[in-house]
Write a new protein. Structure first.
Length: 123
């Protein structure tokens, strides 16, 4: 399931609304986020609300601009860059409590194994 020939993009239906091909899984995971062009000291905590093989939605105290590349990974101090996932911000909307809902698309589709591992690691 992880080869590129089975990759499924977001498609639109007759009404022009998008619908997603990959199933999204709810998440309550707290993660570390940083801009791909930032240094390790510029990370902040985010909450991942849902995740699929092609992207995720998160809640952030920092506003990000569409097109920004971010790295999201474990919120633990000893977590290395190998556990980080790179994604492009595709949508940003306001949320409650001066936070931002951020929709991101992975730069490389997650394998089923990596998605399952991500889901198992959350609280």
């Amino acid at each position: 399931m992880s080869n590129s020939s089975q990759s499924r993009p977001i498609q639109t239906n007759v009404s022009g609304r998008e619908y997603r091909v990959w199933l999204r899984f709810p998440s309550r995971r707290i993660a570390s986020c940083q801009s791909a062009d930032g240094d390790d000291d510029s990370s902040w905590s985010v909450q991942v609300h849902d995740i699929s093989r092609t992207g995720f939605n998160l809640l952030s105290a920092r506003k990000l601009e569409p097109g920004t590349i971010v790295k999201v990974g474990e919120a633990k101090e000893n977590a290395g860059t190998a556990s980080q996932i790179s994604a492009r911000v595709v949508q940003v909307t306001t949320a409650a409590d001066e936070k931002w809902k951020v929709g991101c698309a992975f730069l490389k589709e997650l394998s089923e194994e990596k998605l399952v591992a991500w889901l198992k690691e959350q609280p």
